[in-house]
Design a protein around this ligand. Sequence first.
Ligand code: GRF
Length: 245
Amino acid sequence: MTLPVAVFASGSGSNLQSLLDYTPRRPDAGYRIALVVSDRPEAGALERASAAGVPSRVIPVSGRDAGEVADDTLGALEGAGVSFVALAGYLRLVPVPVVAAFRRRIVNIHPALLPAFGGKGMYGIRVHEAVLRAGCRVTGPTIHYVDERYDEGTVIAQWPVPVLAGDGAPEVAKRVLAVEHLLYPRVLDHLCRAVAEGRDPEPFAPRGDTFVPAEPGARDVSAEIEAALGRRPTHRPEPREHGDP
Ligand code: GRF
């Protein structure tokens, strides 16, 4: 069974693209993207939705009554028959009534190992600058459930990515983003499959030594991610996830 999912995005939407690109190669995928929601009419994510033939809605947030935003959001989700939400670079708090209606049915991806380097204002390049300032040697994406606060819900999955000598924030950002694109679709598939079958998702247990540097010749750990999820890779070999290194 395939769960209809909404993706919320404020920005370029490269994670949305990785979620979109994952399902056509896997007829047994646990999710399909039924709706894209953005707070910004100029978000690149909306163009990606349109190119993929996925309906989208702009629901502005700035300067609006919170109750109206919540009503619009719930209406959009209901209208699209959506039962799960994936945030992918959505820079707004999800309205409290939406969190309440979709408890443990909304997930987010964050580009650092939460609970470190999260919270209000911690997005984009600032996250990686903070990681470097702290002298971390390991960083990586976190996928977590969404609650009423920024980046505080229970962690579902993380994947370690090295910080290498000489890295600046853009290098770290690029390396982490490459892993996000591998991790998010597979974890969403895993979660939606469990929800569709009426069971709790099993814990995700990454192996600690599986780094994915984005440098040329780096190995693709998608099979290792799938093994950690307890799932045998069933898809055809693919050239690349999408245009990212
Ligand atoms: C990603 O780094 C994600 O972790 C964070 O926002 C960024 C979104 O990038 N939540 P994109 O719009 O998917 O390219």
